[in-house]
Design a protein around this ligand. Sequence first.
Ligand code: FMN
Length: 200
Amino acid sequence: MSEGNYILILFYSRHGSIAEMAKHIARGVNKVAGIEAKIRQVPNVSDTTEIASPAIPDEGAPYCTLEELADCSGLALGSPSYFGSMAAPLKHFIDQTSTLWLTGRLIDKPACGFTSASTLHGGQEQCLHSMITPLLHHGMIWMGLPYKNKELISTATGGTPYGASHLANDTQETSLSDEEQKLCEAQGIRIAEMALKLGK
Ligand SMILES: Cc1cc2nc3c(=O)[nH]c(=O)nc-3n(C[C@H](O)[C@H](O)[C@H](O)COP(=O)(O)O)c2cc1C
């Protein structure tokens, strides 16, 4: 592990909930000495092939490059739950990572996921599981959230042992409950500490 270690917090967010979660995870990462958070998003995909996204997003984090993914010490992957799965723009980005798979660049690096959905049982856990599969193919080490985080027991909103989650209720509700904020932060701290232990 070298100077400039970072946890890549990589996400897609259409309405802002996942972007908000990313900030809380980053706060957790940045509480750990010796490593920092790098927040990146993926561009949207189009239902027509003619329209391409601008090289620089109109708002929010910069778009992620493959090099930024290759060089991370750990990965926190965030997506809204779309029909119980990760959103297409994030899957599209992952589907462009074959060169990293061929060279084993992500092997033994820690990874975790975070998600948001508008209904209480709207597929958050399934969505997190949809992230686990490709990251295991990459040889990454999946990290959930242990129940020592008491908010997992008390929450009436988001939070799962598979990763942080947010109950959005409707698309305008991007602000996180206290429990959701704490679990995002705990997840950031945990993956940062694990990345330092693994030294990747
Ligand atoms: C195509 C699509 C599919 C969705 N599917 C679900 C779903 O199955 N269950 C659910 O509770 N919410 C679903 N939602 C709502 C989003 O998961 C929710 O609004 C999420 O908080 C959006 O995150 P964002 O604010 O970061 O874009 C869906 C939204 C869209 C646009």
